[in-house]
Design a protein around this ligand. Sequence first.
Ligand SMILES: C[S@@+](CC[C@H](N)C(=O)[O-])C[C@H]1O[C@@H](n2cnc3c(N)ncnc32)[C@H](O)[C@@H]1O
Length: 269
Amino acid sequence: MDTAATSRSRWGQLLQSIKVRVAYRASIFAAAVSFFSLYYRNLIGYYLQNVRLSHPGSFLNSFRMMRLVYKVRGYTAVFVPRLVALYKLSEEINQRSLPGDIVECGVYNGGSAAIMASHCDRSPVNRNVWLFDSFEGLPKPTDKDGDEAPAYEGWCHGDLSKVKKVLRKLRILESRIRIIKGWFQDTFPSVQIRDIAILHIDADWYESVKLCLEKFYDSVQPGGYIVLDDYGDWEGCRIATDEFLKKRALDVKLIQVDYTGYYFQKPQN
Ligand SMILES: C[S@@+](CC[C@H](N)C(=O)[O-])C[C@H]1O[C@@H](n2cnc3c(N)ncnc32)[C@H](O)[C@@H]1O
C-alpha cells in the first residue's frame, strides 16, 4: 500500500473510533435523561395523587413525603411507589398508635429503612428500628429462585457507613436504631423482638424470605403489616410466602403496590 492510502485508512479508523465513542456516550446520556425524567415525573405524579383540595394539610404532607423519598434516592434500590407505600404504612401505624418496632430484613444502603425510621420521632408510641443485613450482598440462591437468580449472587452489596449517613441526613435519633450485621441464619437466633408493627422483608431469595417469616411473623402485632418487596419479581420470595401462608392457614389479602411490591395486614386472630 502506498503512503497516501495508509494515511487515509488510519484517518478512517480514527474517525470510526470517534463515532463509536460519541454514539456510546450519547446513548448513556439519553438513558440517563429518560431515567431521570421518569423519576421526576413519578415524584410529581405521587405528589399530586396525594393532595386533596378538601384537605389543605395534604399539600404539605404530600410535599414532606416526596421530599423524604427524594432525599433517600442515592441510598436505595427500592422504587418510588414502594417507598411511598412504606411511608404511608409507617404513618398509618402511628395514627392508630399501634405498638411495636419496625424491622427491616435487607437494608442495602439504608434508603427504605430511613423512610420508615423517619416516622419514629413523631410516633405516639415508643418505637425502635431493627436493621438486618449481611452487608455482603445477596447470598447464593437456590433452585427455587429461578434460572436468572444465580447471576445476582453478590448484588446489592450494602455499605454500613452509607446506612448511617442517610439516617443522619434525615436526623433520625441514633438511639432508636439497632443494626445487626451478618447472615440471617447466624444473627436471628440471638435476637428477640417482642412486638413488631411493620416487618419489611426485602431479601429477594427463597431461603432468606423463609427465615424472616419464620423468625418474625409471630411477633408482628395483629393489625401490623408484613411488606414483601420481591413477591412479584422473584419466584423464590413468592414461593416462600405462599408456603408460609398455607402452612399457617392464613387467609390474608395481599395488596399489590407495583410490579413486585406486595403487603398484607396480620389478621386479628
Ligand atoms: C434488594 S437489597 C435491599 C434493598 C434495601 N431495602 C433498599 O432500600 O435499597 C437486598 C439485601 O438483602 C440482603 N440479604 C439477602 N439475604 C440475606 C441473608 N440471608 N442474610 C443477610 N442479608 C441478606 C443483601 O445483603 C442485600 O443488602
